[in-house]
Design a protein around this ligand. Structure first.
Ligand SMILES: Cc1cc2nc3c(=O)[nH]c(=O)nc-3n(C[C@H](O)[C@H](O)[C@H](O)COP(=O)(O)OP(=O)(O)OC[C@H]3O[C@@H](n4cnc5c(N)ncnc54)[C@H](O)[C@@H]3O)c2cc1C
Length: 376
């Protein structure tokens, strides 16, 4: 199919789709609002389904992510007050053998750098914030950006994240529901922590469904990432960059086990974000435009599958746009049919803080292969 694909959003899903499509000879332009790629964010959890999808992109992506990521040894569950270990799932060599890919935990900036490096400079246009999208049958899709800049493409992909402008243009403004839960994120040098199992993905299950602390290694284990959630009705800002207060953080978990408190005591700074819930969309595509990643299925963080789903979307979109017939709208429908049920199931599953609490069956998530899944 000889088309020019315009991808709005140069985040994880948008860049992965650009690499996949270019490898199949498709002309791609990525329009990213940021004036430059900065070191924003912290953790990204790449479970085996995500790593396998990235490996298939080629272009050195698999080697680059392995170079900077950490590999959690186990997934451990502990009880918030007694510290009792209630489950331990092997995530090291045995999981890698079982799923034909490891679990990796990586700084978001390192993952973005691995993807960016695989693309020539002229594919990405920085400083382009989409404000309008128009479609007229038989004509190219017209994209409008801040400052009056426009572009015409044959297919438009909205990979512009949780507050997607493409989603608003296609399906109208959304109204997400505040969950009454806030999330804190921090990164601490591991050598400042005297806590066991820092090489594992550890979850401290709290006294209620919303309260938990997750830790895992980052930056090849030099750092430990800490992610804590708890109910708080008074904070409603949904952001990746808003600072929180470490004193408040520690006070909220003061009844936790001493080893959990030691993690929070080591935090110098923390980011704070309100968590919102959104229902799955009934459709992602309209005409010759579609959605991908958080733009299509923004989800709560409790299954740690946000990045994985955007990467799986990118692979399946690549396959449907390049393996199908000449009809773009049909290819986008095939993409949506293949992806919407799985992403919606994970979006709904992510609402409750119950993933792998009592069951150790991770296969339906981790064993999925975006490169071979049925596109019928
Ligand atoms: C700055 C930032 C920091 C993050 N930090 C973390 C983190 O620490 N941990 C974590 O688990 N997840 C984090 N995430 C979210 C995580 O990356 C995503 O949930 C996941 O990877 C899904 O990827 P995506 O490609 O769908 O969206 P994203 O990775 O969010 O990418 C969306 C991209 O679209 C761009 N964009 C948005 N609106 C427009 C527009 N109108 N025009 C053009 N471009 C636009 C954004 O700048 C961004 O680059 C962060 C996201 C962002 C944007």
């Amino acid at each position: 199919m000889s088309v020019h694909v315009g991808i709005v959003g140069g985040g994880i899903g948008g860049l992965a789709a650009a690499i996949g499509l270019r490898a199949q000879g498709v002309e791609v332009t990525v329009f990213e609002q940021a004036p430059e790629f900065g070191r924003v964010g912290a953790d990204i959890n790449l479970t085996p389904n995500a790593v396998r999808a990235l490996d298939g992109l080629g272009a050195g992506v698999g080697a680059a992510i392995r170079d900077s990521a950490a590999r959690p040894s186990y997934r451990i569950s502990r009880t918030w007050d007694t510290g009792e270990e209630t489950s331990r799932l092997e995530m090291g060599a045995a999981a890698e053998q079982k799923y034909a890919a490891p679990q990796l935990t990586i700084h978001r900036a390192d993952l973005l750098a691995a993807l960016e490096t695989a693309l020539p400079d002229d594919v990405i246009r920085l400083g382009q914030r989409l404000t309008a999208l128009e479609q007229t049958p038989g004509e190219p899709v017209r994209l409008g950006f801040d400052g009056g800049v426009t572009a015409e493409v044959d297919v438009a992909v909205g990979a512009d994240g949780i507050h997607s402008s493409v989603r608003s243009e296609l399906f109208g403004k959304e109204s997400p529901e505040f969950t009454g839960v806030v999330a804190f994120r921090a990164v601490v040098p591991s050598d400042r922590l005297d806590v066991p199992n820092l090489d594992a993905f550890t979850k401290w299950w709290g006294p209620d469904a919303e309260t938990q602390i997750v830790t895992f290694p980052l930056n090849r284990g030099r750092d430990t990432f800490i992610f804590a959630t708890t109910p708080q009705e008074s904070w409603t800002e949904e952001s990746w960059t808003t600072p929180g207060d470490v004193v408040e953080l520690r006070a909220m978990y003061e009844r936790f086990h001493p080893e959990a408190r030691a993690l929070l005591a080591a935090c110098d700074s923390v980011l704070k974000s309100a968590l919102y819930v959104r229902d799955p969309l009934p459709q992602w595509s309209l005409g010759r435009a579609t959605l991908l990643g958080d733009a299509a299925h923004p989800m709560m963080p409790f299954m740690a599958q946000g990045a994985a789903m955007s990467i799986e979307d990118a692979v399946v979109l690549t396959r449907t746009l390049t393996l199908g017939g000449p009809d773009v709208e049909q290819a986008l429908k095939a993409y949506e049919s293949a992806r919407l049920p799985r992403a919606s199931r994970i979006q709904i599953g992510s609402r409750g803080n119950t993933w792998l609490k009592s069951s150790a069956d991770a296969d339906w998530v981790y064993a999925y292969d975006a490169w071979t899944t049925d596109l019928a």
